[in-house]
Design a protein around this ligand. Structure first.
Ligand code: DQA
Length: 141
């Protein structure tokens, strides 16, 4: 089973960026733990700060992988192009946010991508990625 994790803008700074909101751990450190937690799943990780690169990656894996876990960062709230890319591909996409976007500024309450995703996990920190894998795994079984 192949799952692609895609993190969007500023998520390369996890661990350093606003730790009170996003935690103290880098994604690279968490990703190692995640691979140990799910040894039978082929987990791939991609991060970019560039909208078009996120879209290219969705296209790249979106017809062959079993699942995509997408934290589109701030593009969640602005990107019709990412909405359209999710609509265009076949692989199910789970939307994940580390913080509870509904407990934050109003501009974060609107997601342009949720309507094209299988579901939304928000506010559980890094654990949200493991929860998304759990869902994709159950779905496949
Ligand atoms: C985020 C929430 C977004 O509103 C924000 O722009 C991010 C991170 C999260 O994981 O909580 O960059 O996607």
């Amino acid at each position: 089973m192949k799952i692609q994790i895609i993190n969007g803008p500023n998520l390369n700074l996890l661990g350093k960026r606003e730790p009170e909101t996003y935690g103290k751990e880098s994604f690279e450190t968490y990703f190692e733990k995640l691979k140990q937690q799910f040894p039978n799943i082929q987990l791939h990780y991609f991060q970019s700060n560039i909208e078009g690169e996120l879209i290219n990656q969705l296209h790249e894996v979106g017809f062959t992988f079993d699942g995509i876990i997408l934290n589109a960062g701030a593009y969640t709230h602005t990107s019709i192009a990412i909405h359209d890319a999710i609509a265009a591909i076949k692989t199910p996409v789970v939307e994940v946010h580390l913080s509870n976007v509904y407990a934050r500024e109003e501009f974060r309450h609107k997601s342009l991508i949720t309507s094209k995703c299988t579901g939304l996990i928000t506010g559980f920190g890094m654990e949200g990625y493991a929860m998304a894998i759990g869902h994709l795994l159950n779905k496949k079984l």
